[in-house]
Design a protein around this ligand. Structure first.
Ligand code: TXA
Ligand code: MG
Length: 319
């Protein structure tokens, strides 16, 4: 290990991470989707440190991470449909927006003053062990500066932060590669607030309910779903089959162009797992434009296209 703040996974380091979290400090840990920047969700000062480290707008609420449905019920009101989806998709890359209990004891910064809270039970063994060892709900956004590409490796997290972060637990590359699917149940409808690897079809099949897709940026319900996000420094051009010579090309499926291919065999899950790390690599290699092959709008392709469109969107001026 060349960097002293990246730690291998063993009992000693998990305990050290849990101690730091209990002490109100930040620890980055792996989940199956992306690396999280974790803090004790009941400690307002610790949660404020997340917002400061990420330069995250304070109106953008966080997801809390827990290990069991009975713990979820300590913090939220779980309706029947949400419970059914929870039992099917947890632990996993799935986040539910639920009414927060008055006696939950969560920092108000976590919910940004909303009367709902985002909850997830991650399926990564390191995340699970850390949560159990620390015994606190962990608020954890993706461990990148606000608006940047999300990290899928410990080294990505290391590139994002300075001294504000002292510990990164290295669980290797994340298997899913895009952030969790976020849903909110409204009456007899499922609102998809952020596409991810749990697809609308799976949600519909499990519940029998219609899934409404809120991809319309004028109709933002997840407050952090900014138009511009996951942004590399280079410009992006999407749905490109024949890139210009000066462009760095990100291919998909059978292609004679480009050194990097999200999935030569055209497997969308593999493409999702590779997306952010390949975008980072191309961004390091080019000062020009990253051109990206068309990605089919099916299954997790919905989430990949969502992230690509935000990465390609003009950057908003920061206020
Ligand atoms: O896969 C993931 O979900 C990762 C890993 C670390 O768990 N986390 C993650 O967190 O992507 P973050 O903070 O980057 O994204 C959380 C999203 C934001 O778009 C936020 O606006 C939305 O969840 N959100 C949080 N609380 C909400 C609420 N009460 N209502 C609607 N949206 C909410
Ligand atoms: Mg994020």
């Amino acid at each position: 290990m060349t960097n002293k703040r990246i730690f291998d996974i063993d009992r000693h380091n998990l305990q050290k991470a849990a101690n730091l979290l209990q002490d109100g400090q930040l620890v980055s840990f792996p989940t199956e989707t992306v690396y999280g920047l974790g803090a004790d969700a009941t400690n307002g000062q610790a949660v404020a440190t997340i917002f400061a480290a990420k330069n995250r707008p304070s109106f953008n609420p966080l997801i809390i991470h827990l290990t069991s449905i009975s713990d979820v019920e300590k913090y939220t009101e779980l309706d029947e449909t949400s419970r059914q989806l929870a039992e099917k998709f947890w632990p996993g890359p799935f986040t539910l927006i639920l009414p927060v209990r008055k006696d939950a004891g969560l920092s108000e910064l976590v919910t940004a003053g909303l009367d709902t809270v985002a909850v997830r039970i991650p399926n990564h063994p390191v995340a699970q062990e850390l949560l159990k060892t620390c015994g606190r709900p962990l608020a954890a956004p993706s461990a990148n500066k606000s608006g940047h590409i999300s990290p899928t490796m410990a080294s990505h997290v290391d590139q994002e932060f300075g001294q504000e972060l002292s510990m990164i637990l290295d669980g290797g590359p994340c298997s899913a590669g895009v952030e969790s699917t976020i849903v909110q149940i409204n009456g007899d409808k499922i609102h998809l607030l952020r596409p991810g690897s749990i697809t609308p079809k799976e949600l519909q099949e499990e519940s029998g309910l219609d899934v409404l897709i809120n991809s319309d940026a004028d109709n933002i319900i997840a407050p952090g779903q900014m138009k511009s996000h996951y942004a590399p420094n280079a410009a992006m051009r999407l749905n490109v089959t024949d890139p210009f010579a000066e462009e760095a090309y990100l291919a998909f499926g059978n292609s004679s162009h480009g050194a990097l291919n999200l999935s030569p065999s055209g497997d969308l899950k593999e493409a999702a797992a590779n997306l952010f790390s390949m975008m980072r690599r191309l961004d390091e290699e080019t000062t020009q434009t990253i051109a990206v092959a068309p990605i089919p709008m099916e299954g997790i392709g919905l989430a990949i296209n969502d992230r690509l469109q935000r990465a390609a969107a003009p950057k908003e001026k920061k206020s």
